[in-house]
Design a protein around this ligand. Sequence first.
Ligand SMILES: Cc1cc2nc3c(=O)[nH]c(=O)nc-3n(C[C@H](O)[C@H](O)[C@H](O)COP(=O)(O)O)c2cc1C
Length: 108
Amino acid sequence: MTAKPAPIEIDIHELIAGRWSPRAFSDKPIERAQLHRLLEAARWAPSSNNLQPWRFIAFDRHRDEAAFKRVFDTLAPSNQKWNVNVPLFICVTALTLTPKGEANRTAA
Ligand SMILES: Cc1cc2nc3c(=O)[nH]c(=O)nc-3n(C[C@H](O)[C@H](O)[C@H](O)COP(=O)(O)O)c2cc1C
């Protein structure tokens, strides 16, 4: 991964100063164990009332090209340009109702 530190004005944590949004990706396949690890990390994010409304759907180009393409086609053309090589999309969705059937205002 390329280092691209932000030009910070005062000292902040390196995880924040060092983060940036890449616009180019390798086409190298993502290993199942690596994907599993990513999702394990994601599911430990905090949520309102600990409802954990997120659901993740992975689209692996090397497993199901047609499904992957359907997701790719939903991207704006400007985003398709820099996502053209990616091996995997993870769509993040959310349950908008609580287990009691009420609206979860923080789901999004
Ligand atoms: C809600 C949100 C939506 C964004 N949508 C796009 C997008 O559609 N295309 C894109 O190239 N970048 C998108 N970005 C990335 C921002 O443009 C980027 O975070 C900003 O330029 C700062 O750059 P950095 O993340 O590398 O520090 C989005 C960022 C956020 C927070």
